[in-house]
Design a protein. Structure first.
Length: 138
């Protein structure tokens, strides 16, 4: 706590933390389960017992110490491997051109959302321009 200059306040049995750049305390409950009283007291006890006894290597320690590949890909990797996006040729002004939309090429979730909205707008256009409104011309 001294290293990061975070102040700890215990009020009514609850821990609150004050970051040097903030004016208001943050409760441990808002930060998550790793900051509540029971978890911290357990960690303090574990830390005290570890200091007393020499550390033994376990399989779980070896597993956690191994280097893991990053889960997040950098934007440059998206440029190297472009996302295959379905091409929809349309003269409708509500349909978004996925081939030229940079945001859709970088974000697959956005691309799927645009595809769905394109299908819905095309479908509604077809329904409005048919004779009976069912999407079939008779």
């Amino acid at each position: 706590m001294e290293k990061y200059k975070v102040q700890l306040k215990i009020s009514r049995g609850r821990f609150s933390y004050l970051h040097p750049e903030r004016n208001k305390h943050i409760t441990g409950r808002m930060l998550g389960t790793h900051y509540d009283e029971a978890y911290l007291l357990k960690r303090f006890e574990e830390h005290a017992t570890k200091k007393e006894s020499p550390k033994k290597k376990t399989l779980s320690d070896e597993y956690h110490n191994k280097a893991k590949p990053p889960a997040i890909q950098h934007p440059n990797s998206l440029q190297e491997e472009p996302i295959a996006i379905q091409f929809i040729k349309s003269d409708l002004r509500l349909v978004i051109d996925l081939q030229n939309c940079v945001k859709a090429q970088q974000n697959s979730v956005y691309a799927n959302k645009v595809k769905l909205s394109n299908h819905l707008s095309t479908n509604s256009f077809v329904n409005q321009n048919t004779k009976d409104g069912s999407g079939r011309s008779t």
